[in-house]
Design a binder for this molecule. Structure first.
Ligand code: URA
Length: 201
């Protein structure tokens, strides 16, 4: 009997990567999620935005940044003159990690080991997508992109170099803005937009 690989050639590039990602069970998160969420956007974009992991909506719909954090990100994009369809959006971790409370699935931050187990997908995606620069949304993405822990408040808003020559701008995760007391949200949003403007400049 011929092995399947001799009769079914794997698709190349991003479709191959995204199909392989669906099978990933390297860490325990995958078994509980609906699906792995691949990145989306054009090839060779000016910017690739990297979030932490899909949320509840993203897990169900199979697309990055389509829930509340995505809506806030799109509002900030509009203020910063960034067009969502012209940038690439992806995540450091590809499956939704959550705690079940009654009927609700509550976001749980992925561990460093889980983010590390997912890193090869991101590396391969960056190589295939070839962005001109990277934006890390929050500490998980910053760690995955820079290979070290990052205190977002201390390093946000400036370009940081990676070993491969790509530049990374670190900023807050939009979910962090949503968690702030209402009285602090307007100012934090303006600061977020300032970081995005810098990334887009
Ligand atoms: N938060 C993320 O980090 N990524 C998403 O895709 C959605 C919410």
């Amino acid at each position: 009997i011929a092995p399947a690989a001799t009769t079914m050639l794997p698709p190349e590039g991003l479709p191959r990567l995204n199909a392989a990602m669906q099978q990933c069970r390297t860490c325990p998160i995958g078994a509980l999620a609906t699906q792995a969420v691949a990145g989306e956007g054009p090839l060779a974009p000016r910017l690739m935005f990297v979030g932490e992991q899909p949320g509840d909506q993203e897990d169900l719909r199979g697309r990055p940044f389509v829930g509340p954090a995505g809506q806030l990100l799109e509002r900030a994009f509009a203020e910063a003159g960034i067009v969502r369809e012209e940038v690439y959006l992806t995540n450091a971790v590809r499956h939704f990690k959550y705690d079940l409370r009654g009927k609700h699935r509550i976001h749980k931050t992925p561990s460093q080991q889980e983010a590390l187990a997912c890193l090869h997908w991101l590396r391969e995606e960056i190589a295939l997508v070839r962005p001109r620069a990277l934006v890390a949304l929050g500490a998980t993405a910053a760690r995955s992109l820079l290979g070290r822990s990052v205190v977002v408040r201390a390093e946000r808003g400036t370009w940081l170099a990676r070993g491969d020559g790509l530049q990374v701008l670190v900023t807050l995760h939009p979910s962090a803005l949503l968690r702030l007391p209402v009285s602090q949200q307007a100012r934090a949003f303006e600061e977020f937009v300032t970081d995005l403007r810098r990334a887009a400049a």
